[in-house]
Ligand binder design. Sequence first.
Ligand code: 5AD
Ligand code: SF4
Length: 468
Amino acid sequence: MELEEIKTTLKKASDLKVGSKKVYLESYGCAMNFSDSEIVASILAQEGYSTTNDANEADVVFLNTCSIRDKAEQTVRNRLQHFNSVKRKANPDMIVGVLGCMAERLKSDLLEEEKLVDIVAGPDAYRSLPDLIGEVETGQKAVNVLLSREETYGDISPVKLGENGVSSFISIMRGCDNMCSFCVVPFTRGRERSRDAQTIVEEARQLYAMGYREVTLLGQNVDSYRWNMTKKGEIKDPNLPSVTFAMLLEMVAEVSPELRIRFSTSHPKDMTDDVLYAIAKHKNICNYIHLPVQSGSSAMLERMNRGYTREWYMDRIAAINRIIPDCGISTDIISGFCEETEEEHQQTLSLISEVQFDFAYMYKYSERPKTLAERKFEDDVPEEVKSKRLAEIIALQREGSLIRNKRFVGKTCEVLVEGPSKKNKSEWYGRISENSVVIFPYTNQLPGQYINVKITGCTSATLKGELE
Ligand code: 5AD
Ligand code: SF4
């Protein structure tokens, strides 16, 4: 495909001036939701919609929602109240829709009892949005929360909604088959399915041609990505190429040495050494792995149905450190899951000390309806104990992040420039391969450029540097 042709296939939201109808999209929760909003924008662009950043001028408002913790759902409910009052006072024809994970869970509450929304569409129903809008225009409420075993939106070129024009997401698979006992995702997003590898590589090519210099491959469990292969590794159609995640990484890395590749999320039970060797082999596959551990106690991991022990997790960390020396490693941790004892909590703290993560997302357990944990265990750790344990985890992790960041001080690192720093416009920021953010003084660099920065200092959150 010629460059010009590629540039017209994938459009930036700001370039879309088709028709006069406007859609305002807000995303909550994970990167997957953000990426899904780009798919929604693309589907609606074909119907003559442009995107707007101003909800007041929107014909349609969509909230792409997350159910992973109760707090995320409460935030969305508050936003819905807000849009309802905008609708009543200023814009009675505005259509308000809930997309994503809350759709399936709360469809009847949202549509009937609370009368907050006109459209409810689940994560596999975005192609039907134009029809659903049509139904609402004839005075009805519209719902489609059917989950699919096949939908990957593989053929859709997403409209880019991100602002920096440097870094973008590519969704490589949807759903999850893991059934971690605390997690609602398998219920809201359905069965795991992988997207055609060729369409992924093509999207990466298009993004590179548009000027993007970093792509993050997204899936709930990227290590179980398989195209044209069964879970056991048997080839489905001998006439087609079959692709594992390690192979996919290499295919995307070959798009250009100037395109950085990241991915999320890895699963400790499925992460194989061939993925690590692929990272080690290609300079442009970033030396960074997000490997959620959730707990440092094997008994707890069993209750969480994670499919590995503490020892297994530590073996995976040892493999990362052996194959990719100095690799950035981050994790997710849950405090106060069902029946968590003080001893189990201490094991989480000791694992944090032992691994030394660069970064961690840390959460208090929030019971979710329908999950295995809700059915099998009691959410019996008192709120104040959950909070106290979480505070201990956060404090220890902050010390660990500082120790890890210090390893870069005095070194020169390659930074992909992203743009002006939010705090001080005379400073700019970018990331190193290991994913740490670097702040440096602005001279004449541009977003998307690679520059060498000498690291002169750090906090637990960021690196400070000077241009070489
Ligand atoms: N409560 C708290 N945290 C949760 N996560 C998933 N489900 C829950 C829950 N019910 C966290 C896990 C997961 C991350 C995306 O969110 O740590 O890795
Ligand atoms: Fe949820 Fe576990 Fe699947 Fe992650 S791997 S989405 S935590 S069920």
